[in-house]
Design a protein around this ligand. Structure first.
Ligand SMILES: [Zn+2]
Ligand SMILES: [Zn+2]
Length: 217
């Protein structure tokens, strides 16, 4: 397949602790928010959409806040509050509320996610992509289940190796978590955690909890 930016972006984000697809989605949203902060909060299209969706969802409101400053918040929320107060005044608020659109950042994350899953699935048939994944990548449980289904449906010849590589990584993680519990017992208190076990409890939450839950409601 053609090795476009996204292909390289996925490979670059392969690491033991986090799913490359989740990371890429997060990174792209971070970039989008930066662009909004510095260029487009006054953009007419953006502002219209911001009003239609009554701001971002709770998750992205916090992300926007973390990256934001007083002037950008004053611009976007000043506009939203102005519209809300006018709607309250003329009684049109209940009708408009029914038509609130979904958060624009959630929507673009959903679109990106579909593209990244597609590229991952096709790229996995290439030996070097597979080697990168085997060496240091792991898909989160949510994306792993989707990938299994997609590969099965597409009769992907690499389904078996994908499933066995990822399954093995999750077995290792489980083993590490069990070891942490065992070594926590006073009988084994002299046994130190290995480097992998030290990371295991930290990475478990990123891999087992769906990082895109905010946009799947
Ligand atoms: Zn993921
Ligand atoms: Zn959102």
């Amino acid at each position: 397949m053609e090795r476009n930016y996204t292909w390289h972006d996925i490979v670059k984000r392969m690491e033991e602790r986090r799913c490359p697809i989740c990371r890429l989605i997060d990174d792209r949203t971070h970039q989008k928010i930066s662009v909004l902060q510095y260029q487009h909060v006054s953009d007419v299209e953006f502002r219209k959409r911001f009003i239609d969706s009554k701001g971002f969802c709770e998750h992205h409101t916090e992300k926007f806040y973390e990256q934001g400053d007083s002037i950008n918040h004053a611009i976007v929320y000043g506009h939203l509050l102005d519209v809300e107060l006018r709607r309250l005044e003329d009684g049109s608020y209940s009708k408009k509320d029914k038509h609130t659109k979904p958060c624009m950042l959630c929507e673009s994350e959903n679109t990106s996610e579909a593209i990244y899953l597609n590229i991952f699935q096709k790229a996995f048939n290439e030996a070097d992509f597979k080697t990168h994944y085997e060496d240091r990548g792991i898909l989160c449980m949510h994306h792993h289940k989707i990938m299994l289904k997609r590969m099965k449906k597409a009769k992907n010849p690499d389904l078996k190796s994908y499933s066995s590589i990822t399954g093995h990584k999750y077995q290792e993680l489980l083993q590490d978590l069990k070891e942490i519990k065992r070594k926590n017992d006073f009988k084994h208190v002299n046994e130190k955690l290995t480097e992998r076990e030290t990371k295991a409890w930290q990475k478990a939450r990123k891999l087992l909890v769906d990082q895109g839950e905010h946009r799947r409601k």
